[in-house]
Design a protein around this ligand. Sequence first.
Ligand code: PBG
Length: 331
Amino acid sequence: MRVYNPVEMPFPVHRPRRLRSSEAMRRLVRETSLQPSNFVLPLFVCPGEGVRRPISSMPPHCQISVDVAVEECREVYSLGIGGVILFGLPETKDEEASGGYDPNGIVQRAIRAIKREVPGLLVITDVCNCEYTSHGHCGKIVNGDVDNDSTLEWLSAAAVTHAQAGADIVAPSDMMDGRVAAIRQALDAKGFSNTPILSYAAKFASVFYGPFREAAESTPQFGDRRSYQMDPANAREAMREIELDLEEGADMIMVKPALAYLDLIREARVRFDVPLSAYQVSGEYAMIIAAADRGWIDYDRAMMESLTSIKRAGADFILTYFAKPAARLLG
Ligand code: PBG
């Protein structure tokens, strides 16, 4: 049998442009496609009623009160979007992050309202302390540093209150060691053995979270997050982090940010046979919005190309501030 060897049959036999000759042809051979169900929309829920407070670096996104969030979720659901992920702005912040694990906290109230009014919509919750601590760090401060093991108690307590309020999935994003195991154990002990954990397994100390911190009012008041979030230079360590989280019981994993870490999305896709997500973070969104706003880039195409690249790299679903416009465009 003759072995196929493209080198022996170069141009003019091979003309890859043949398969790009029309939109119909391109559609036939397209390898990657996006669906609204691949997107998860982040929402920032704040106290009050009828509140829509614009987030200046992420237009048209707003901090929204629970009633507005419910309306937003009706629209998200009607667009066929995969789900929402909730972040909370508590009435008050303190050293103990108590708003994060208050059974009547802002996120817990939002979950109950959304699950009551739009029961078919998947509600994911971000499990982290930075929105609830007065100092803006993701855990308890002991001797000037974020203490790992005592932080696990807050995270577990928060995850349990989210599950009790009706959250479909909990997603720890703090990067403490052992949090997946701690949360799994706490959920199981309270009868929530069926609540999945989506772990922000490979989350980097990234500059691209800037606009989010305005949105969530969670900028650290001293220092930075480099003692818990990962060094952007490390790829092998990212695989190790994912492996550990899966061993601890994570059901799904995430790479975050997305666009500057496509290599790791691909690597994770090849290595781990679990649902894989990627977070197209606030700074990635803001860059496209800002450039489009100046007429320097086409909004729709930049949005779709960036989302397609993340899916092509291997993500099954994408947390993205473009969820609604992208879903609309996909029609
Ligand atoms: C909470 C959290 C952050 C993001 C998601 N969860 C901020 C951070 O780690 O500082 C960032 C999301 C974004 O930038 O869109 N820890």
